[in-house]
Design a protein around this ligand. Structure first.
Ligand code: NAP
Ligand code: GDP
Length: 317
């Protein structure tokens, strides 16, 4: 049988690096060829560059992670770029997968793209029920269309295009840029600087919003499982349970503890809170994988903090 060639777009990012680690320890992967792409291998916003990537690697399977990604404040400031770049990348990837006869495409959505005004917990059936939170309108609408197009491609061409929906992700190799990144890497970076400079650590917003966080290696393991075993076109939420939702203030305390920072943690309430919560149900995931054990958040935060401190010079920031 011809060798499977699995192309991972965005293979150098937070989730891509975690998949690299999981794959390096995976027995089945020894008989497969895994290719992890960086944007340096081709700008996937550009159709010709995307076609060249497909010509070069001839993938049989694709995990599509590449995206314009950022935290609340970056999303609020660049809605047009978040919409356009993600829409173009997703369109290029899907159409190249169709043309090149890719057997399965797994794309990555996010729980922040669900309707803002909703009942909780959110589940997979509610994706298109109403407008998303305005703070990340561009990103959300681009990502929602992936689910729409997965169904269109399946109906018209019979292809296996599906998607997974992670909650907030964190771990080693994250984007630790304070202005553009997500809350955990942003707060880790701020805590590091506060400790070095003997200053206060500043949390943005009230600290009351609630989030479910998934450690990047857990998401990586589950993504590989989706590629190999999940047969539906409908998306699947990859999340810790509702009972594991934590407040932003509690996350900041865990970071402070992991960094052994003894100074003050203060709130800048002039900054936005974003969505108050987006509590997601992992009932569907549990129906397939009842025994999967997620890394507890305090342990994952300690790992992310230790990684950032050890790799301060080379970390994305
Ligand atoms: P990330 O760390 O920012 O990595 C983004 C990846 O995409 C990088 O490998 C980057 O390549 C690549 N990329 C960006 N623009 C590109 C372009 N124009 N052409 C080609 N490649 C491009 O992101 P992540 O956090 O791993 O996110 C992975 C996926 O998970 C995304 O689809 C994101 O929407 C989704 N997601 C993330 C979170 C989260 O909390 N992080 C939550 C839910 C869903 P270079 O680094 O080489 O430039
Ligand atoms: P979201 O989950 O999509 O809203 O994205 P984020 O990962 O950016 O989380 C945003 C939440 O964390 C909001 O409630 C922010 O007010 C809060 N927050 C507190 N400090 C920070 C910070 O330093 N960076 C970011 N991005 N958010 C912060």
């Amino acid at each position: 049988m011809a060798e499977s060639v699995i192309l991972v777009t965005g293979g150098t990012g937070l989730v891509g690096k975690a998949i690299q680690k999981v794959i390096s320890e995976d027995e089945l992967a020894k008989n497969e060829k895994w290719v992890f792409l960086s944007s340096k291998d081709g700008d996937l916003v550009d159709r010709k560059a995307t076609e060249a990537v497909f010509e070069k690697y001839k993938p049989t399977h694709v995990i599509h992670l590449a995206a314009r990604v950022g935290g609340l404040f970056h999303n609020m400031a660049k809605k047009v770029e978040f919409y356009r770049e993600n829409t173009l990348m997703n369109d290029n990837i899907m159409e190249c997968c169709r043309i090149h006869g890719v057997k399965k495409l797994v794309s990555c959505l996010s729980t922040c793209i669900f309707p803002d005004k909703t009942t909780y917990p959110i589940d997979e059936t509610m994706l298109h029920n109403g407008p998303p939170h305005n703070s990340n309108l561009g990103y959300s609408m681009a990502k929602r269309m992936v689910d729409t197009m997965n169904h269109c491609y399946h109906e018209q061409y019979g292809v296996q295009f599906t998607s997974l929906i992670p909650t907030n992700v964190y771990g080693p190799h994250d984007n630790f840029n304070i202005d553009d990144g997500h809350v955990i890497p942003g707060l880790i970076h701020k805590c590091y600087l506060a400790k070095q400079q003997n200053k206060d650590m500043v949390l943005w917003g009230s600290g009351t919003p609630m989030r479910q966080f998934i450690f990047s290696e857990d998401l990586a393991r589950l993504t590989v499982w989706v590629l190999r075993e999940y047969k539906e076109i409908e998306p699947i939420i990859l999340s810790v349970g509702e009972e594991d939702e934590v407040s932003i203030a509690d996350v900041a305390k865990m970071i402070k503890e992991a960094m052994e920072f003894k100074g003050n943690l203060i709130h800048d309430t002039t900054k936005a809170d974003g969505q108050f919560k987006k509590t997601a149900s992992n009932t569907k995931l549990r129906s397939y994988k009842p025994d999967y054990k997620f890394k507890p958040i305090a342990e994952g935060i300690k790992e992310a903090v230790d990684w950032f401190v050890a790799n301060y010079d080379s970390a994305r920031k």
